[in-house]
Design a binder for this molecule. Structure first.
Ligand code: GDP
Ligand code: MN
Length: 384
């Protein structure tokens, strides 16, 4: 789950990272009254989950509450990289003498957290990585954690003032706690700003939470923005299905992540494009099948290309084929499909499943290869 900047800053503040006070507004009027209560110059910032908001006109300084109203109105009318701006952060503005970059990410190759720091902050870090990679300092963090002398050593060459080394190191140690205790896969500050008075501050915040740790963070629920989740993704999360929407038109309902990957590979192999990754998991539950079909068909049209064919690929082990068949039948009775359906199932209770399907005029194959080719062929007929 990606956090909005204002949420990420709340998290930072909880761990003691210096951020400037601010509040989120959904209307220009709200923005004006927040600006009034903060007093002085404020910055109005689009709350959308993409970078480069500044360049897109989504970050503006306002010296008066009326100016805050105007900027908020303009920014709330923007769509940045395809995302409509629904809320803005109105925060006390800082004067900036210097901008650095600081982040901690999960380095999957080294299987360790990785600190990235650059004195070229404020700008797109991908751009720095492309044009001047030597300007990004990278340090893996051992699993014992980060020591304060290590944090200081990282900043020593980049600040003349030892007081600022201390402030930056303190922020890094706190960012480490945000990352580690907060179960992040990314915690980023860009810019890490230095004011003319020499104070070091986090002026922007980007956090990606590791969804695998959701079970131990009750508070994450309050951060989930219903606007940021598609109906399909929400239903999948609620029913415990692993679901990723893709660009193709062959909907795939599979049990087990490995089989799901293999199915997608095979769809591609035969010239098709999978519409999704969807793992209904190992449990036998007709309701999961119903939800899966709802997700695949309900999402179509609203997000990306419509699905032109649906493939069930079930290898019955713990998952019982008859339960899947019941789910399919149940679901079709509730809402008939308008696209071809191809079912492959084999394994536990396969015969009962086949009978249930046959009673409802449906057939099933045992061969994965055949099923994949068949669904692609039928989908093409739909297109033609
Ligand atoms: P991003 O473009 O989406 O990364 O949004 P940022 O929050 O990083 O803002 C972009 C740029 O706006 C920053 O690099 C700063 O230069 C500027 N900016 C953001 N907040 C302030 C502020 O409080 N005061 C001033 N003077 N500039 C700011
Ligand atoms: Mn930024």
């Amino acid at each position: 789950m990606n956090l909005q900047e204002y949420q990420a800053k709340e998290l930072f503040a909880r761990f003691g990272i210096p951020v400037l006070p601010g509040q989120v507004a959904r209307t220009p009027e709200e923005a004006r009254s927040i600006a009034e209560s903060i007093g002085g110059t404020v910055v109005i910032k689009a709350q959308v989950l993409v970078g480069g908001r500044g360049k897109a006109g989504g970050v503006k300084l306002a010296r008066t509450p009326d100016e805050a109203f105007d900027h908020a109105r303009d920014i709330l009318a923007l769509t940045i990289k395809g995302l409509p701006v629904r809320q803005v952060l109105v925060a006390q503005a800082a004067d900036i003498a210097r901008e650095l970059y600081l982040s901690i990410v999960l380095d999957r190759a080294r299987k360790l957290p990785l600190i990235m720091m650059s004195s070229e902050g404020g700008v797109d870090i991908e751009e720095v990585a492309r044009t001047a990679p030597e300007k990004i300092v990278r340090r893996n963090v051992p699993l014992r954690g980060l020591r304060s002398y290590e944090a200081r050593a990282l900043f020593q060459p980049h600040f003349a003032d030892p007081g600022q080394v201390g402030q930056a190191a303190d922020i890094l140690l706190k960012l480490w706690r945000v990352f580690w205790e907060g179960d992040c896969s990314l915690a980023e500050i860009n810019p890490l700003a230095v004011t003319p008075e020499g104070k070091v501050l986090a002026l922007d915040a980007k956090v990606i939470l590791d969804d695998n740790a959701e079970f131990r963070h009750r508070e994450w629920d309050t951060w989930r923005d219903p606007d940021d989740e598609t109906p399909g993704a929400r239903l999948a999360r609620e029913r415990g299905l692993s679901y990723v929407k893709l660009d193709g038109d062959i909907g795939c309902v599979v049990n087990g992540a490995g089989l799901a990957m293999a199915t997608m590979d095979l769809v591609k192999h035969y010239g098709g494009e999978p519409a999704n990754f969807l793992d209904i998991g190992g449990s036998s539950n007709p309701d999961k099948v119903t939800a899966a079909l709802k997700i695949i068909t309900g999402d179509a049209g609203r997000e990306g290309a419509p699905v032109r064919g649906i493939l069930f690929n079930i290898f019955g082990g713990i998952t019982r084929c008859d339960d899947v068949a019941k789910g399919i039948v149940q679901s079709l009775e509730q809402s008939p499909l308008s696209v071809p359906l191809v079912i492959r199932l084999t394994g536990t209770n396969e015969d009962i499943a086949r009978q249930i399907l046959a009673d409802h005029g449906l057939g099933a194959t045992t061969q994965m290869d055949e099923a994949v080719r068949m669904v692609i062929e039928k989908a093409q007929e739909v297109t033609a």
